[in-house]
Write a protein that binds this ligand. Structure first.
Ligand code: GAR
Length: 207
């Protein structure tokens, strides 16, 4: 990705609360992610609180219900909307839907996801609950490039969060979420600035 000083267009896909979207929007507003704007927020679920948060900030939104639609047919609609908005980097922010190979190849190396565990441990739903009940002593969060498998692409950044004896899924989720917001901003900067190279699955970051 080039690093010319043009404004970089980010697209957000979400399904729910939207705190990671808000963290990215706050980082852009505060200049922590320079030369970028969120061009479009798409939710695949009606009533997702993240959509209202985007509307309040004056960010264009689209609600595109995915229920009952075949995966690739739906993804073609989403990709078209993102292309129409000139999106170059897609950030999944609590987007609870697997992407089709078609969608992944539409934005090669330009789709990021945040997941609330230290991948490859605890992919899928309720990752914080999984870590707690497994008895792990540490969990955390991961920002990774997205491929067509669940929570599986090359890892860009991780942050480790110790699990306390008195943790509940809620208290652990809360501490992990603070780290999610921090490393998602950092990862978006790294990718937009092209400050990395890949060796196989390894994403090596230029300091
Ligand atoms: C976040 O914890 C995110 O890491 C997780 O969903 C939550 C969304 O919260 N994503 C996944 O589990 C993806 N596999 P948010 O809507 O407040 O950003």
């Amino acid at each position: 990705m080039n690093s010319m000083k043009t404004t970089r267009q980010i697209g957000i896909l979400l399904s729910g609360r939207g705190s990671n979207f808000e963290a990215l929007a706050d980082s852009i507003d505060a200049g922590r992610i320079p030369n970028a704007r969120i061009a479009l927020v798409i939710s695949n679920r009606e009533g997702a609180p993240g959509v209202e948060k985007a509307q309040k900030r004056g960010i264009p939104t689209k609600v595109m219900p995915s229920k009952g639609l075949e995966r690739e047919a739906f993804d073609r609609q989403v990709a078209a909307a993102l292309h129409d908005a000139h999106v170059e980097l897609v950030c999944l922010a609590g987007y609870m839907r697997l992407l089709s190979p078609f969608f992944v190849s539409s934005f090669p190396g330009r789709i990021l996801n945040i997941h609330p565990s230290l991948l490859p441990s605890f992919p899928g739903l309720e990752a914080q609950h999984q870590a707690l009940t497994y008895g792990a002593k540490f969990s955390g969060c991961t920002v990774h490039f997205v491929d067509e498998n669940l929570d599986a692409g090359p890892i860009i950044l991780q942050s480790c969060v110790p699990i306390r004896d008195d943790d509940t899924a809620e208290s652990l989720s809360h501490r992990i979420l603070e780290e999610e917001h921090r490393i998602y901003t950092e990862a978006v900067c790294i990718v937009l600035e092209g400050r990395y190279r890949t060796e196989g699955r390894r994403v090596l970051i230029n300091k």
